[in-house]
Design a protein around this ligand. Sequence first.
Ligand code: FE2
Ligand code: FE2
Length: 435
Amino acid sequence: MGSGKAGFEARVEQRVRANLALLEHEFTGYDRLAARHMFSEFCHLETIAVMAAERGDAIPGQLEDEHVHHETFRRLADQHGGLVAPCEEVARLIDYLTSLEGEASLAALNVTAESWLETVFDHVAGWGACDALMRAIEEDEERHVHDALDLARPPAAEIEPIVRDLERMLEAIAVAPAFMLPLIRFAGEQRVCAMGEALCAAHERACAHLGIASRTHRVRLLCRSQRIWSRRAPVPMEMTDWDRTKQRIYDRNADMLLWFEIPTAVNGYRLQAQVVAALARILQREPRLRYVTRRGELFRAQEPIIAMRALYDDRAVMNVFLPGCHRLTWRGVLRQMNRRVKRARAVEYHAMPPMPDDLDKLLPPSRVAAAVNFNGVHGGIGGTGPLSDVEGIPILVTIGEVRAGRVTLTILMDHRTHDGQDIGLLKRELERELT
Ligand SMILES: [Fe+2]
Ligand SMILES: [Fe+2]
């Protein structure tokens, strides 16, 4: 093979083909959707590495390697439905790194960004989805990360603000659905959390090398809480013919509706706490009411976690999760509600992220089987969804206006997960608990 541009291109082409031959099988179904997005994002991230190699020129063979990686991922995305644009969070990281100049940018690219990539690929190579292929790429990355340690170290004052920016961008990517959902599809939540923790450790080592402090506590906290949360994952249920028929004939918004009146001596938050406590107890003793659905399959939530619809500011509605309410009196639930709503309002509002290209199909089933909505202050009676597939909560109980010692409760129930029997059962049980 010759030298010069043509020789370079021929070598890249040969190596790309060798990499592609390592893919044991083509992905199908939802795996194909996940593969399309995962390989697309990896392809975009490799543009960072290409940039590092073009600017650095200090690590032997890196430029060729990065072109090989970039092209391998691009073709893999093509094979699985076509390359998609990078998600907002990844695009922001690429734009930021592109805009950097000088010696500090080299360290940011070669020491920090490369060590992230190496860690991610190392983990993906152990998930049983495309191990041989990812291992081949990871071996190159490992060498780059090792050789980058010999590069000149920029003054700490110069690199530190850049690393702070990078940490914020890493946090954003860690919660970006378009980036994380495909990984969760292949690895499960536990292994993705392990990858997150390894990323923090790699970042801390890179910072130590650069002689600066690292701030990974927020990502570490996220991994820890996600790990605990993942232990509560709903369990798959065996489906009957009728269950499968319902998934076919009912649309995602085919909700059953039932409303009824009960006497009440209280109103407002107290009434909401009573309804949450009653609902949690009912869901605890009636496993059938803890069913949720995802991708046409049925699951059962392990425990009755209730979501409370609360206002974030004047208008925005958020779900606040209330676990363990079946063990509390309504006063305990009220305390829990106050604490959690306050905490949720103290953090930045998280808008429902866009889910293009059916990405919502990759969401894990909801841990939360029922939500409570309070609409009484505005004179409303019935609640509205969205009992959407993104939210995934199949039961919504809405508390209406209290008038002359009576209140209307409205139940909306997803017909893909439940039947008329279930909505009737929930109504009777709520009446029994609340009167
Ligand atoms: Fe690479
Ligand atoms: Fe690399």
